[in-house]
Design a protein around this ligand. Structure first.
Ligand code: SF4
Length: 215
């Protein structure tokens, strides 16, 4: 990682330039095996000066095909969750722990798999540089793997979600990943949605507080 990605400071343009340079590096990265099976790298999108960064685990099939984070049904649900507190993707910065799809060939098809620790570690300097550039006041981890990596390796999403932590100088919380919500049925679905909606309202309050502080 070149130091200039960490040294630059400044306003919107400075942050955009910094993220653009980083995205360019990621697009040709071969630091881990995931580079061998990816179609596109999936860097991140959104507002580089947002007080809120959302961090998921990694791209899936749809994201790999488009180069964009959180597309398909889980992406639509994420949009709905944000819209419930009057936010859109343009108001937040959205990225993942790893920037390339983790997949395995089974029966002639490539299936998503969780990224390995070594792959998450190899990609972490890019996430750190994104955090340095965006400087979020609030971080929302989407799902257990992101929470384990960002908040605590012993994090249990069903027990520990919805609680605030201070990480990277930001108020940090985890909630369920939208794809997990979509896998629930019946009463479990209702309860999971209720908890996610509660979490996003708490995140919105912290977001407002961060905006107020900025003045
Ligand atoms: Fe590079 Fe990250 Fe992709 Fe691995 S996952 S090849 S470290 S960009």
């Amino acid at each position: 990682m070149e130091n200039n990605l960490f040294d630059l400071d400044g306003g919107v343009e400075g942050r955009r330039e910094r993220l653009d340079a980083l995205e360019q590096q990621v697009s040709v990265c071969t630091k881990c095996d995931l580079s061998e099976t990816r179609t596109n790298t999936v860097f991140g999108t959104g507002n580089p000066t947002s007080p809120l960064m959302l961090i998921g685990e990694g791209p899936g099939e749809n994201e790999d095909a488009t180069g964009l984070p959180f597309v398909g049904r889980a992406g639509k649900l994420l949009d709905d969750i944000l819209a419930a507190v009057k936010l859109s993707r343009d108001d937040v910065y959205l990225t993942n722990l790893v920037k390339c799809r983790a997949c395995v060939e089974e029966g002639g098809r490539w299936k998503n798999r969780p990224p390995r620790t070594a792959e998450v570690n190899a990609c972490d300097p890019y996430l750190q540089a994104q955090l340095e550039a965006v400087k979020p006041a609030v971080i929302l981890c989407l799902g257990g793997p992101a929470a384990k990596s960002i908040i605590d390796k012993n994090f249990r999403i069903t027990k520990d979600r919805g609680e605030w932590h201070d990480v990277y100088g930001a108020r940090t919380m985890a909630t369920f990943h939208p794809a997990y919500v979509l896998r629930q049925r019946g009463d479990d679905l209702k309860e999971t949605k209720r908890l996610v909606w509660r979490d996003i309202q708490a995140v919105r309050s912290e977001y407002d507080r961060a905006l107020e502080k900025r003045g």
